[in-house]
Design a protein around this ligand. Sequence first.
Ligand code: FAD
Ligand code: NAP
Length: 313
Amino acid sequence: MSVTRQTKILIIGSGPAGYTAAVYASRAMLEPILVQGIEPGGQLTTTTEVENWPGDSEVQGPDLMLRMEAHAKVMGTEIIGDIINELNLDQRPFMAKGDSGTVYYADAVILATGARAKWLGLPSEEKFKGFGVSACATCDGFFYRGQEIVVVGGGNTAVEEALFLTNFASKVTLVHRRDELRAEKILQDRLFKHPKIETMWFNELVEVIGADAPLGVEAVKVKNVTSGEMTEIVCKGVFIAIGHAPENELVKEVLEMHNGGYVKVQLGSTRTSIPGVFAAGDLTDHIYRQAVTSAGMGCMAALDAEKFLAEQE
Ligand code: FAD
Ligand code: NAP
């Protein structure tokens, strides 16, 4: 028999946006329910040191997210380990179904489903996913002690992953399609100074090469984007760090989107194209995509939802 839950505010997602919305909605006595999703704590649980969260010159990503969870809980949020697989925004109250079988009814919904890692889309990448190909250095770096590793990408994530992987690897090669990194200057400096890291500019990964039995990576083939020259790099691990795409699966058919799938909100607010539905964090932000900006938008979403609910009464 399915369980039915009713709430004034349903918060979907447990990253900085979701937990901050939860703190504010709880303090407004709205008794929110927050559904955590497949990754409790969100993207920061896949990293190590976070150095730009105000008030902490250094904090471990997973620790920070546990603190946020505890904060939301102590303020009065009910936190539920479930994954929403269906969201009906045509009806009031809004209805969401969880993998657990629970059906949630809510007067307002805050979407804080964040983003997920992008992949290159190569058949060989797919074949070796989990067997040498990964998008999470914190999760999988340990498996490559003393081995050679390739990291693909040129943003903050790629540089941080490359640096982190030097804790395990004998050598890390950063393959990037240009000769300029997007990563912050401070991270670039650390990368360029690191004796274990080599950069390979103007190259893109075209194939992951490996053995079938047991399944495992042995090398990657990269192609120079200007000369077309192919090079094979021997490695046991390949970390794809080419950015993240908004996790819009639940709402992509019903809410207005822009900039390639980010939920559109009204300028200066978190209001989406459906009244009573608010969006915060990486799901709606194609520019900043930071923990602190996500938390800020979570706060805005809770305040916007509170105002919406007051107007309904
Ligand atoms: P996310 O953190 O992406 O969380 C999304 C949440 O939604 C997850 O809990 C997920 O389980 C949930 N969810 C998704 N779908 C569903 C569903 N169907 N049902 C229920 N729940 C669902 N930013 C910084 O400011 N500093 C850093 O040092 C930093 N380091 C980073 C390192 C890495 C490796 C990565 C990947 C990102 C880093 N970022 C950093 C960026 C930062 O993590 C994000 O900007 C931030 O986490 C976004 O927060 P969010 O709440 O919008 O979503
Ligand atoms: P990103 O900033 O979007 O960078 C993605 C990188 O991958 C770019 O260098 C891009 O190359 C490259 N790329 C994209 N598609 C590619 C493809 N198909 N083939 C090869 N290369 C490809 O993504 P991110 O590094 O994951 O960062 C996401 C957000 O999280 C950013 O806002 C970032 O600031 C934030 N973040 C912050 C921190 C921190 O503050 N310490 C840490 C991690 C992430 P081009 O440069 O050529 O486009």
